[in-house]
Design a protein. Structure first.
Length: 171
């Protein structure tokens, strides 16, 4: 059976529309995300709506993940309540949502100890150009204190989480 170009084109368009509606339908079917939780011990990120988990993703953390981030270079992921305050499409990693660390308490604590609290803590995908390594690197805590997802998972988080969303990072 030989397909003519208009028939083939129609089939391809129908396939593309079907795939697009499936992806968009999956994202649009999720209720508005009003909070994000990161369970450091369980290595999971949860998108929350009205107290219910609507999506969940595995994560990698800072290379020294136990305990709250106290200073620049300690490779710890912060613990506590912050905001996802800025989107960074131009990050060195596949999309990034900035976590509002350090807050006033973190700055005061670091100042008392004579150190910098650090900053630039994000939820992000893989280093640009290396997304294909996610199945391997996501098995390890490899960031400098950020929360890392696969690029595919970050795409969903990016679509569902607005700046200003609270994030709770649990020990």
């Amino acid at each position: 059976m030989v397909l003519r170009r208009p028939v083939l084109r129609g089939c391809l368009l129908a396939l593309i529309a079907s795939l697009a509606s499936g992806v968009l339908g999956t994202v649009s079917a999720v209720p508005k995300v009003d909070a994000v939780k990161v369970d450091k011990l369980g290595r999971r990120l949860y998108l929350m709506s009205g107290g219910d988990i609507v999506r969940s993703f595995p994560v990698a953390l800072g290379g020294n993940p136990v305990g709250h981030k106290r200073q620049e270079g300690d490779r710890r992921t912060p613990e506590g309540r912050y905001l996802l305050d800025v989107r960074k499409a131009d990050s060195a990693y596949y999309r990034a949502l900035h976590i509002s660390y350090p807050d006033a308490r973190d700055v005061a604590d670091a100042r008392r100890r004579g150190v910098s609290p650090g900053g630039a803590v994000m939820i992000h995908g893989q280093r640009n150009g290396f997304g294909w390594l996610a199945p391997l690197v996501q098995r390890f805590d490899w960031t400098d204190g950020c929360v890392a997802l696969s690029n595919e998972d970050m795409e969903v988080v990016w679509a569902l989480v607005e700046p200003g969303t609270p994030v709770v990072l649990l020990p």
